[in-house]
Write a protein that binds this ligand. Structure first.
Ligand code: KG4
Ligand code: ZN
Length: 345
């Protein structure tokens, strides 16, 4: 049975998992670094050091939980980019050197492809083509997925990412970090209609996003209010982000004629976003389960398994802190599908 170890270290989560063809994710661990909270954002040097401290022990633990000897692994997938250079290097050097020692391929995975493919781990019937909305702390993009590994960027943010806008608003509201879940929790007690919030870029054609104007608007509003108003501000802000994302998804589906939408990345955990998409779109919408929304090793092991034929044995350690999603080579999936169904039957 083919087993792939997956390692994620692109930002502030250390993720490790094993994917086994026919069995799925057989073991996984995610460690979320907490030291960043006091700085209100991820501190790259702290992130690298923490990955270095945690990763070896987590790999041991996951392999033990999966009851797999390292020598039984068939490949090691790791996040090669995009992300923080130092953090990526910890995962890349660990994966490549371990793979060298075991004489198995190491597979560099694109972090956003990991997010994009994560809903397919739990929905084997989800067919391509579809539209993907990828919303995380670093990215906001709409992608047309016409086949495995064949991605066309339809639109992206011109400034802040959606998750980043949540994080910055949380900081202004003195809520802590990461901000998405905290703003969302506070918003539940608020009235989203009390204050007016702009819906950025909706009056213009196209599928790009911009959240910096909304951020400025929110900052100005907070300066004029006191803490009794914070729940209403959180609710109004969240509604504006969600409304913008939902309308752009509707536009992308209409423009391409596709009728399936995949939503992934940290912000896809947002309850209002899910409820609004389900309510307003006639298309079928697919989400990863909540623990697969934010960064994790499972999505890297899963994407790595699909790209295992592209693994290398040459031992070079390279990372791509910036890396376009739509330049990736297609995934040769015919063999993979046959192998999956063989193990399933
Ligand atoms: O995908 P992810 O774990 O890391 C990146 O690749 O960036 O996404 C993290 C982002 C953070 O900005 C966080 O605030 C946001 O996802 N997030 C949320 C929620 N849960 C996480 N945003 C809104 N609502 C949530 N429930
Ligand atoms: Zn991510």
């Amino acid at each position: 049975m083919q087993s792939i170890l997956g390692i994620e270290t692109s930002c502030d989560e250390t993720g490790v998992a094993v994917f086994q063809a026919g069995a799925g994710i057989v073991a996984e661990r995610v460690y979320t670094q907490l030291d960043h909270a006091q700085y209100g954002g991820v501190v790259p040097e702290l992130a690298s050091r923490d990955h270095l401290r945690k990763l070896p022990g987590m790999i041991d633990e996951v392999l033990k939980a999966a009851q797999i000897a390292p020598t039984s692994l068939d490949g090691i997938a790791y996040t090669q980019g995009p992300g923080l250079a130092g953090a990526l290097l910890v995962g890349a050097s660990t994966a490549v050197s371990m793979a060298q020692a075991l004489n198995i391929p190491s597979i560099g995975v694109h972090h956003m492809e990991g997010h994009l493919l994560s809903p397919l781990l739990e929905n084997p019937d989800l067919a391509m083509p579809f539209i993907a909305l990828l919303v995380s702390g670093g990215h906001t993009m709409l992608v047309e997925v016409s086949d495995w590994g064949v991605y066309r960027l339809l639109g992206e943010t011109l400034d802040d990412a959606a998750g980043e806008a949540f994080d910055k608003t949380a900081r202004l509201l003195a809520l802590g970090f990461p901000g998405g879940p905290l703003v969302s929790a506070l918003a539940e007690a608020g009235d989203p209609k009390r204050f007016h919030f702009p819906r950025p870029m909706l009056n213009r054609p196209g599928l790009d996003f911009s959240f910096s104007g909304l951020k400025t608007h929110t900052r100005t509003l907070i300066a004029q209010c006191d803490s009794d108003d914070y729940a209403d501000i959180a609710a109004g802000f969240e509604a504006a982000v969600v409304d913008t994302l939902v309308q752009k998804c509707a536009r992308a589906l209409k423009a391409t004629g596709h009728n399936r939408l995949v939503v992934a990345g940290g912000v896809s955990a947002n309850r209002l976003l899910r409820a609004t998409l389900d309510k307003r779109l006639s298309s079928q919408v697919y989400y990863p389960s909540l623990d697969l929304c934010t960064d994790n090793g499972a999505m890297i092991a899963w994407a790595g398994w699909h790209r295992r034929h592209m693994g290398t044995l040459d031992g070079t350690i390279t990372v791509h802190p910036r890396w376009a999603l739509d330049g990736l080579p297609p995934i040769d999936h015919r063999g993979a599908q046959a192998e999956l169904s063989k193990h399933h039957s």
